[in-house]
Design a protein around this ligand. Structure first.
Ligand code: MN3
Length: 236
């Protein structure tokens, strides 16, 4: 081997060794993330019905894009950020309890994953009226189911831009409110706090293909899809 070539070979070999060492330490660090050695990864729950099951209220194309593009992207983005930022939270609830400390990417995308998993299961084709326990609770707080719907609709219409409307239970009290972007009532910085019972996606991607600017029509048709059995389950 000629002298300069040999020197270059040694130098390149050393570079490769260093690169390998850095690579494996990164891998070790990722695998060991979390105080309990386990870094939580968000996942997308299967859609509990076919894309066209909520027609005509929510069209199949909207469902397909919403589930496979928007929701899937939140999962990918948050899990990438968890690795990049080496986050140590072990559960979804730990993320939300520390939401004010999260980067915008982690906060927005973790909320995006959870909110949609929740939204899908609180809808069903041809929803049934609430059971007596849920109806009693709603009557007790809002006067009647219709008054509850009016207030929930008003909260949905009052949310400027993108966000979510919610029914939550907080220390046995039912409350209606909304959150901006992909925030939710489990997040520490949220003005509206409580355990979510019902959620409505107010982003234009949830209704624009069918309803365009008519958010009020989307909200008023959506009541036919509410899965009150799931609301009862969350309330228990
Ligand atoms: Mn959405």
């Amino acid at each position: 081997m000629e002298k300069t070539t040999r020197r270059k070979f040694v130098k390149d070999s050393m570079k490769a060794t260093v690169a390998t060492a850095i690579g494996s330490s990164l891998l070790t660090k990722t695998a060991a993330a979390g105080s309990n050695g386990f870094a939580y990864k968000f996942s997308q729950q299967p859609l509990p019905y076919a894309y066209n099951a909520l027609e005509p209220t929510i069209d199949a194309t909207t469902m397909d894009i919403h589930y496979n593009k928007h929701h899937t992207a939140y999962v990918k983005n948050v899990n990438e950020a968890i690795v990049a930022e080496n986050l140590e939270y072990a559960t979804e609830m730990e993320f939300f309890a520390n939401a004010s400390k999260l980067s915008p990417k982690v906060r927005n995308n973790s909320g995006g994953v959870w909110n949609h998993n929740f939204f899908w299961k609180t809808m069903k084709p041809s929803g049934q009226p609430p059971n007596s326990k849920v109806e009693d609770a709603i009557n007790g707080t809002f006067g009647s189911l219709n008054k509850f719907k009016e207030q929930f609709t008003a909260a949905s219409m009052a949310r400027f831009g993108s966000g979510w409307a919610w029914l939550v239970i907080d220390q046995k009290n039912l409350k209606i409110g909304s959150t901006p972007n992909q925030d939710n009532p489990l997040m520490d910085q949220s003005e509206l706090k409580g355990t979510p019972l019902l959620a409505l996606d107010l982003w234009e991607h949830a209704y624009y293909l069918k309803y365009q600017n008519k958010r009020n029509e989307y909200v008023s048709n959506w009541w036919n899809l509410v899965n009150w059995d799931e609301v009862a389950k969350q309330m228990a």
